[in-house]
Design a protein around this ligand. Sequence first.
Ligand code: C5P
Length: 406
Amino acid sequence: MSLAGKRILLIVGGGIAAYKCLELIRRLRERGAAVRCILTKAGAEFVTPLSLSALSEDKVYQDLFDLTAEAEMGHIQLSRDADLLVVAPATADLMARMAGGQANDLASTTLLATDKPVMIAPAMNVRMWEHPATQRNLGQLLADGVLQVGPNEGNMACNEFGFGRMAEPDEILSAIEKHFDGHAATRPLDGLTALVTSGPTHEAIDPVRYIANRSSGKQGHAIAAALADLGAETVLVSGPSSEPDPTGVRLVRVESARDMLAACRAALPADIAVCAAAVADWRVDGAAGQKIKKRNGAPPALSFAENPDILKTMSRLRKDRPKLVVGFAAETEDLIENARAKRDRKGCDWIVANDVSPDTGTFGGDNNRVHLVTGDTVEDWPKMSKNEVADRLANRIAGHFADAAE
Ligand code: C5P
């Protein structure tokens, strides 16, 4: 895709990943975009204004109180002159200042003054990323409409492993392209809201042990991304999963089935609900408050209590029932028959039935072969990737709402 004529204001924060910005500028320029850079004080510890200026072929802006720069172009104009503001790397500190609406340097002032879309590419140590404060700030930024790309999982400069690596220049570039592409035309799910559940749930035995299942979250995450891509304002309620956070989606992380139900209720009202999570049917009744100790050969006897059925609850709500509720049926035999029965039992509108016999490799794999059960009809879809299943389902949902509007 060409980015000819697009003006990107790149805000380079202070993180080791700042070096990737140089490549990003080159790639944006190759596609015809004009790039102008703001370099924070901390960012200048990692890359030089000279490199940024050479690659962007423009002046680099660094100081809020630079009279010469203000005379040429004030910070308000700087923020308005762009089509998109990209913060890369978006450090924990920069995110916190953005979320709090602070304006104490040129970067934060420009971000507060802008009326243009903003995209962040977070980069930080995994603990900093996972800290509730950062996640809270991220939630605020996403609620404010900020777009997010990354971070990825991997080795960090600080020798730790986990989420926090900044997205690669290629990924940031494609998120930017997608943004402009998506805004070129109106999207079929614009104005609708969606709720998606994904991943397994963890049911505590005691503070250190839990019962889980093999769900990866791949399918649910892909569905959330696909619905958001078509314009739906999407909340993804996910149990523990190592899938990267989908872009353009508000992610709510939960552990147990009961937390998942509470998060789903909090996300209502929604027009669309897709329950793709592999929710544990049972939890340990009276999970221990302290780690259970070994007792001379007498293993603890666990007893179970039934978990709430989230799909059933959503489907049977009197108030706020989503207009379209979609469930999944993972079966190993009599697929369609069982799926139909499940649709009736749960009270949902559609069921996506998939064969999860061990030889299909569906669990944790990238492919899926599904059948869509809507009312009396069954559509057999060919084997395809989970991303393709997600795109097709999102398009079917869009078609359903378009028909209903006629
Ligand atoms: O009952 P079963 O687990 O076979 O049904 C699968 C469907 O029900 C999936 O859509 C799953 O997300 C949903 N489900 C749920 N809450 C439960 C159990 C299943 O939302 N406690």
